[in-house]
Design a protein around this ligand. Structure first.
Ligand SMILES: [Ca+2]
Ligand SMILES: [Ca+2]
Ligand SMILES: [Ca+2]
Ligand SMILES: [Ca+2]
Length: 306
């Protein structure tokens, strides 16, 4: 009768198994923070040139395609600039917390029936083709609207249709005159319960499934509201459109954004908790101690949790 042979039998078995366990521990993935796939803010050098500073074709930061601004150059009824987000909404003294370190944010104005839309795609690897927000990943942006007689907000989209802000729409966040902030998803308009503010909002959209999202809405200095739902439309989220649709005339009606970012999934690169590792080591030692005559497959089984 043939006897099973392997390299971990005999008097050196214990030391041999310990070496295997150490090798397994070394091979555990390292702790990695969530990767920032794309980021830009109004203090980038792309927005420090001549008025209006924020220009069609600007491409500050990284991980995005260049901006398409419409209309550009701006008209009396719609356009773009950089400015102090503390100057809208309450006669010139609202919160300016979303300003970058150089004291400004991206601004959009629209009145007299005008519409200003800033389009941008995700291009994490800079190959000029759009890249998808991964499941588990998140889109971050700061928004500060002032007085509003119509609609202001942004749209997360599939494809970067620069002729229609709602083209490829998967989710829209907006403020409509006289109401709370709304999310438009596959169920239509969802009232977030968050009321108008001219002091700015921090917004995070996390893709929790191919068609599912969780959105955190935090008025600057206030409580966070979380809304969960399903996306409308179809296709990967790979672009966004910021818009001011006829909010009104004058600086009190200006709309601002800043600090737009995309991050991947923090949990996908997480390592087991220390307690889990201790249990894993303990389990392996027990398995080795009690089953030293077994072939190495028993260790693989132990790792699989059997
Ligand atoms: Ca600036
Ligand atoms: Ca510029
Ligand atoms: Ca403000
Ligand atoms: Ca790309």
């Amino acid at each position: 009768m043939l006897k099973t042979r392997n390299s971990c039998t005999g008097t050196i078995a214990y030391r041999c198994w310990l070496l295997i366990i150490m090798a397994l521990l070394v091979s555990l993935p390292a702790t990695l923070p969530a990767a920032v796939l794309a980021h830009d803010a109004s203090n980038d050098g792309a927005y420090d040139d001549a008025f209006p500073q924020w220009d069609d074709g600007d491409n500050g930061g990284f991980g995005f395609t260049a901006w398409t601004l419409s209309p550009f150059p701006g008209t009396a009824n719609a356009g773009f600039f950089t400015g102090d987000a503390g100057q809208n909404g309450t006669g010139g003294s609202s919160g300016g917390a979303i300003n970058a370190t150089d004291g400004d944010a991206w601004g959009l104005y629209a009145n007299g029936g005008g519409l200003a839309v800033a389009y941008r795609g995700f291009d994490f690897n800079s190959d000029a083709t759009l890249d998808a927000l991964p499941v588990g990943g998140a889109f971050y942006i700061l928004m500060d609207n002032g007085w509003n007689d119509a609609n202001v907000g942004f749209v997360l989209r599939s494809g970067n249709d620069t002729g229609n802000k709602n083209g490829g729409q998967r989710l829209e966040f907006r403020h409509t005159a006289g109401g709370n902030y709304l999310i438009n998803d596959n169920s239509g308009d969802v009232d977030t319960g968050v009321g108008w503010t001219a002091d700015g909002l921090s917004l995070v959209l996390t893709l929790t499934g191919t068609d599912a999202y969780s959105m955190s809405i935090t008025p600057i200095g206030g409580m966070t509201t979380v809304i969960q739902g399903n996306l409308g439309g179809s296709g990967a989220i790979n672009s966004f459109a910021l818009y001011n649709e006829n909010a009104g005339s004058g600086q009190n009606y200006d709309l601002f954004f800043n600090n737009v970012s995309v991050q991947d999934d923090a949990s996908s690169s997480a390592v087991p908790e220390p307690g889990v590792i201790v249990l894993l080591i303990g389990g392996l030692l027990l398995a080795v101690h009690g089953r030293r005559s077994r072939p190495p497959i028993s260790v693989v089984a132990a790792l699989r949790g059997s």
